[in-house]
Design a protein around this ligand. Sequence first.
Ligand code: 2NL
Length: 344
Amino acid sequence: MKDKLEALKEEALAAVQTASEPKQLQDVKVKYLGKKGPITEVLRGMGKLSAEERPVIGQLANDVREAIQSAITEKVEALEKKKIEERLASEAVDVTLPGRMVQQGNHHPLTAVIEEIEDLFIGMGFSIAEGPEVEKDYYNFEALNLPKDHPARDMQDSFYITEDILLRTHTSPVQARTMEKHHGQGPVKIICPGKVYRRDTDDATHSHQFMQIEGLYVDKNVRLSDLKGTLTVFAKKMFGEDRHIRLRPSFFPFTEPSVEMDISCFRCGGEGCSVCKGTGWIEILGSGMIHPNVLRMSGFDPEVYTGFAFGMGPERIAMLKYGIDDIRHFYTNDQRFLEQFKRA
Ligand code: 2NL
């Protein structure tokens, strides 16, 4: 009897040892410890044993049962632990791996310069106004004091769509339309950025399509000194606080008097170099006091209201600022060109 129990124990422990699934352990438990199992059978047959044998065999049977039970419990725990470890290993993430590089885009240099100019004027109380690129001859020329026989109205110089509709040649028509909407009541203080079109042959400094930013301030008592002060602040913020400015008399059909504004060269400081072509000065914009005819046609009484206006080419400003030698770089979008203008 004793040998039989020892043999059962060895057999059961070996079965526990080789089991690799919880199901197999369950089978071992049923087979050796179940109601119909050999140990239960031994315990049931105890009655037939002698009084000396009974406690010895009883004790042994219990010990064997406990040994098998604890071997099963241990093995179940070991299998569960192994399963968790395998899962942890297979789902492991290497947090030390370098990440994938994300390509960062930039503002187009022309967009960056336009937004910089817009922000400077917004800071001085101007609003942004926009209008159509396909424009009436009336707003593009007539309302700006450019009479029918003016050379700027030559069919050769503009993209006409019909006799009286064309692609705007400047953003001034936006200003004329905005003034008209104010029905003779000031102030009007706007800047107008936008695309304009001229019938030109493209080269390093000309394009048939380019950007313009015009600005205008109409109110009672606006003087040439207001123009000078406003545009000086702009020039210094844009090109450096130590710039000097110079106004030269000029002519535009829509302003009287008209002036062009130069800044002292930011490269040589006025000595003369290749950027300023030896003059020490760089032209950055055209401006003037709004012609009384223009005010009148847009609904303002020139006896009550005055105003100044200005216009500049952001491509030219960006070319000066960044030393770009060909206007066509702005439109061809060569990655090697664009990549040089990283976000600040
Ligand atoms: C330049 C010069 C200029 C204006 C634009 C303007 C508009 C209205 C009335 C009066 Cl509605 N003037 N615009 C005035 C002076 C100069 O542009 O060199 N542009 C690139």
